[in-house]
Design a protein around this ligand. Sequence first.
Ligand code: AMP
Length: 393
Amino acid sequence: MDKKTIKDIDVYNKKVLLRVDFNVPVKDGVITDDNRIKEELPTIKYLLDNGASVICMSHLGRPEGEVNLKYTLKPTAVRLGEYLGKEVKFAEDCIGKDAVKLAKELQPGEVLMLENLRFYAQEEENDEAFCKKLAKLADVYVNDAFGTAHRKHASTYGVAKLLPNAVGFLIQKELEMIEDTINQPKRPLVGILGGAKVSDKIKIVESLLNKVDTLIVGGAMAYTFLAAQNYSMGKSLVETEMVPEAERLIKLAEEKNVQLLLPVDHMVTDKFEDGTVIKATKCPNIPTDMMGMDIGKQTIKNYKKAIKQAKSVVWNGPMGVFENKNFENGTKSVAKAMAKTKAVTIVGGGDSAAAVIKFGFAKKMTHVSTGGGASLKLFEGKVLPAVDVIANK
Ligand code: AMP
């Protein structure tokens, strides 16, 4: 990694403005999953142990540029304080008088959390005046919010240009794990893509075809590829306008000598929400009155075999509607096969990370990413703007 990390900068006696991703799920004021806070502890502890004071800033939810206390970050400040074993001060407005005063008074070893950045529309607009107000609070800027690193916002991009800067340990780990595995993989490298939308993932399919030895496609996106091979997909989710593109990618895989694995059988039902019939097909075709919901038994066998033979596996997107118990088997089996192998296993953020955690395999993976959109960009081989703006070593 050629970007400065917190180990490359002097933080002693400095006020560090730290962009974290504390966009955690909150229900009735209670945090239901605090993994993102736990992931941030190494960076915060390092900064405090090395004589800095830390001003944390984050967004939470989508308050659309208005103060909405449903999205207050106060509970995250309390939870962070519990983990650190010290009080975390809280400023009720990220750039207001309160924030300026508390930041000014902050002593080495102390932590301040700012209220939700997205209470200001200027945050997502990367507004210059807003960036300046944030920058004024501190001496140094550190970004460790991997989950928003693909966004060019004030707190992830604009403010970095105004202060000496570096990335924190979480961004460093995410970049090293994902980029190294994709760019210098132990081979064979198997890519697994699933989920619902081909149009969203088409660019990733194309760039992965330049990197992987085998590409496994599951989830609803597989139906567009099967439609391109003239199989009938019944009522399944097919992105008709993407069929020619899928056809092109199938040819491209052949040209590049990449083994492309598609479902050979499915679990199907008659209605998406409250289906009364659940059936297994024995072929890639899906009956006219049915829709595909998960990959079938033989497909699972094929995919497990490819994973077993791999030395590196990168995965993004579920193999079926895993939120429903009847259709979780494909996703669960892929997760289990990845958990069992000795290969390097990287799980992209979002739904696949949620699935791996839900099925209890997270600890068995080499790396489970904390960022859905950001990890997909890295799979695509793109540079993240929030990383690009950080100084080189
Ligand atoms: P994405 O956001 O593109 O990663 O898609 C994730 C969603 O795809 C999950 O909510 C899954 O339930 C859904 N999904 C996976 N397989 C299917 C399928 N066969 N039919 C409909 N939705 C699916």
